[in-house]
Design a protein around this ligand. Structure first.
Ligand SMILES: Nc1ncnc2c1ncn2[C@@H]1O[C@H](COP(=O)(O)OP(=O)(O)OP(=O)(O)O)[C@@H](O)[C@H]1O
Length: 254
């Protein structure tokens, strides 16, 4: 069964059609990449998935539940985590504290328990701390764990953002341009971590990026958008030799 289904979704803004009847599914252990020129509708799809935009029509389900009836914080609590094009972290907090904040919706204790630091509050904090330390190891962030995020190189900040999303224990991860602005080495590192998220943590990923090399290397399937419409959906090899894709997106250079 698909984890996520996106069926015939339409979204427009005052006459501008952003998403025009797009359908796709994401399977349990899959990495789906969404590509397309600027303005093709990629971010709009992410915004529909995370509950920020409400489509004019269509159906979206996650874990068998209707996602369109949910608010953004409810969707996040269901296990749909997201990173952003620009780094969205608490820049004056340390790596460790940013990751701990990623877990806040897992805490079940109330204010009195938290104030007194006993019982459930203590157990939950210790479990959260242990999980966050595992993520720090997994993403090789040990050297920076006590550093404020604002002092870190850009590529490491993006990795911390991935870590915060992982701290939410996601069932599905949405990565919006995870290597944008990165140098070659940072891009290679991020590609390796994204692959490990799917293969070692078994978290499926939907990824939007303009880096064609990254997309073709990592994706199990690629959805190609143009002017809000799905032009092609298939394996990287299928998509690369699809004449519609070459025409619409790759400009005949593939
Ligand atoms: N909040 C909004 N208000 C008005 N128009 C919007 C809004 N969000 C997106 N659009 C329009 O919808 C279309 C799709 O935009 P979207 O940002 O989803 O494309 P994209 O593929 O993510 O582009 P990019 O690669 O530049 O990020 C564009 O024409 C855009 O101007």
């Amino acid at each position: 069964m698909a984890l996520l289904t996106f069926e015939d979704v339409h979204l427009s803004f005052a006459g501008v059609v952003a998403v025009d009847g797009v359908s796709f599914e994401v399977g349990q252990a899959e990495l789906l990449a969404i590509i397309g020129p600027n303005g093709a509708g990629k971010t709009s799809i992410f915004n529909v998935l995370s509950g920020v935009y409400r489509p004019d029509r269509g159906r979206v389900t996650f874990l068998g539940e209707d996602l369109l009836a949910r608010r953004p914080y409810e969707i996040a609590a269901m296990g749909l985590a997201r990173t952003f094009q620009n780094v969205e972290l608490f820049h004056n907090l340390t790596v460790l504290d940013n990751l701990m904040l990623g877990r806040h919706h897992h805490f079940r204790y109330g204010a009195p328990a938290a104030l007194l630091w006993y019982g459930r509050a203590r157990r939950e904090e210790l479990a959260a701390r242990a999980r966050v330390e595992e993520i720090i190891d997994f993403l090789e962030l040990e050297a920076w764990r006590r550093h404020p995020v604002r002092l870190l190189p850009y590529g490491i900040q993006k990795r911390v953002e991935l870590g915060r999303a992982l701290a939410m224990e996601p069932r599905l991860l949405l990565l919006d341009e995870p290597v944008a602005g990165m140098n070659v080495e940072e891009t290679e590192d991020m590609a390796r971590f994204v692959m490990d998220v799917r293969d070692e943590l078994s978290v499926p990923v939907v990824l939007v990026d303009h880096d064609m090399g990254l997309v073709m290397d990592l994706a199990d399937r690629v959805l190609v958008l143009d002017f809000g419409r799905a032009v092609a959906l298939g394996s990287p090899a299928e998509v690369q030799r699809d004449p519609k894709v070459i025409e619409a997106y790759l400009g005949g250079t593939a």
